[in-house]
Design a protein around this ligand. Structure first.
Ligand code: CU
Ligand code: ZN
Length: 484
């Protein structure tokens, strides 16, 4: 028999499959789950009395911008560790740290990952090497972003479609990254540096995804009036390439589109009958990204999350600042650039309808380097478990867990993760189902959630409620293994 290192006794297991909870002991040997059931005593093992608590697979954050945070010491990932997150998907919305070198602050939204100091990885292999050299706090699955590729190949000339030779170079860079372990290709077609790219550009760059079984993940061109066309475009790109596709942070933005999730979800369901098409969602009715002038409207409340020239604006409402300064919203926004913002642009009914859809995965879309971040950075997972599942009864707790573990692992191809079973990796989270809840708010956004007791990543303690993050990284860079 293998040497047992850890025994978690008497927890209620929610195993990530969506199946009914059951009580059992779990034994961990090395980085794997060795045994489930009545585990005999083992002399050298640490014993954890987990009666009254839930043991679930460590959560998988389906959508993050943690590309840089995972390169920093584990404390930089406290926002996720404290929620029970064991794995993050990075490189989303067309924005990835590799393959791009830059000695100046890159164009928004690339700069949400950092200023000129952070663009040092001219290949995916260089980024992967850094993660191997200093293991990240959590596991990482990484995408290569369309905007990063454009900035690399087209420089500052981004307000146009790429020509044939530029497309060929971007395709070659993507293929190289896939060869080196990237999980796929992401786009952020709503953003100015990508908006001029026609559908055909995405398809032609994305061709290597078919050969490598890579995923296409997309922050769509339009999440407001044009959301239907955008879903059709996303599905068409996936079909043309012949790859699985994930729609990022699905929403129906702006007042005139409230309620349209009935139609969008139906459209996704229909398309998904003929191709692999999935989506993630964060559990809040407000979005957050760079402060973009074209997003401003009189009826859209906007809160500043950071501003380079006016740091004290972080946390303030844009209209208050405009009034104080005696200028228009647009002029106030210009004065704050570069800057980030929260946009209160959604309807809670849509958020709940999307979240409750059986195919919906949970992803935070948190922005870890913002001065006053959207509370999704610190609160997403406990909010789904505590607020939406337990308090509102939107779905059973095991369904909530499935949306952040087994379902996500299946779609992103994370082999032996996202489930509690013998032989699977010991990514495990212990939490109190009675008290788990998010504490981060728009007014006080960096507050740690309640109810997460301990998190193990690859069999080792990554975070404890009464001890914080472990000083050494317990995660690793993962590869995608698509289901056959
Ligand atoms: Cu994003
Ligand atoms: Zn996005």
């Amino acid at each position: 028999m293998v040497a047992i290192d850890l025994i978690i006794r008497g927890a209620t297991l929610i195993d990530g499959t969506g199946g009914v909870p059951f009580e059992a002991d779990v034994a961990v040997a090395g980085d794997r789950i060795a045994m489930i059931g009545g585990v005999p005593e083992a002399v050298s093992a640490r014993e954890v009395d987990a009666r009254g608590l839930v043991l679930a697979p460590g959560f998988i954050d389906a959508h993050t911008h943690d590309d840089r945070a995972v390169l920093e010491p584990p404390a930089a990932m406290a926002c996720k560790l404290s929620q029970g997150v064991a794995t993050v998907i990075v490189g989303n919305c067309g924005v990835s740290l590799s393959p791009l070198l830059s000695d100046r602050r890159p164009v928004a939204p690339l700069d949400l990952l950092g200023d000129e100091r952070w663009w040092r990885y001219d290949s995916f292999a260089a980024y992967a090497k850094q993660l191997a050299h200093r293991p990240p706090a959590v596991n990482v699955l990484a995408f290569v972003g369309h905007i990063s590729l454009r900035a690399r190949v087209m420089g500052d000339d981004l307000a146009r479609a790429a020509d044939a030779s530029e497309i060929a170079r971007m395709r070659a860079l993507l293929e190289e990254a896939l060869e080196q372990g990237a999980a796929g290709f992401s786009s952020g077609l709503a953003y100015p540096p990508a908006r001029a790219a026609p559908t055909e550009e995405l398809i032609e760059i994305g061709r290597p995804l078919e050969k490598y079984d890579g995923l296409y993940v997309t922050h769509m061109r339009d999440e407001g009036d044009g959301v239907i066309d955008s879903i059709e475009e996303s599905a068409a790109i996936g079909r043309a390439i012949g790859c699985a596709t994930v729609i990022s942070h699905h929403k129906c933005a702006l007042r005139e589109n409230f309620g349209r999730s009935i139609v969008t979800l139906k459209l996704i369901d229909t398309a998904a009958k003929g191709q692999q098409l999935d989506f993630d969602v964060y559990p809040y009715a407000a979005s957050s990204t760079a402060l973009l002038l074209e997003l401003l409207r009189d009826d859209l409340p906007v809160r500043i999350t950071w501003s380079e020239p006016v740091p004290e604006a972080a946390g303030r409402m844009l209209d208050d600042l405009a009034r104080e300064w005696g200028v228009s919203l647009a002029d106030a926004a210009r004065r704050l650039q570069p800057a980030g913002a929260v946009y209160f642009s959604m309807d809670e009914v849509d958020v709940q309808r999307i979240l409750a859809h059986p195919a919906a995965m949970v992803g935070s879309d948190g922005l870890p380097h913002d001065e006053r971040p959207h509370p999704r950075l610190w609160g997403t997972f406990p909010r789904v478990l505590g607020h939406y599942a337990r308090d509102l009864g939107l779905f059973p707790l095991e369904t909530a867990v499935h949306k952040m573990t087994g379902l996500t692992a299946k779609i992103f191809g994370l082999r032996d993760r996202g489930v509690i079973r013998e032989g699977a990796f010991a990514d495990l989270v212990l939490f109190d189902p009675g008290t788990i809840i998010d504490r981060a708010t728009f007014d006080d956004p960096a507050r740690r959630s309640d109810g997460i007791v301990e998190l193990w990543v690859n069999g080792r303690t990554a975070w404890r409620y009464d001890g914080g993050p472990s000083p050494e990284g317990t995660g690793r860079l993962l590869r995608r293994y698509p289901a056959v």
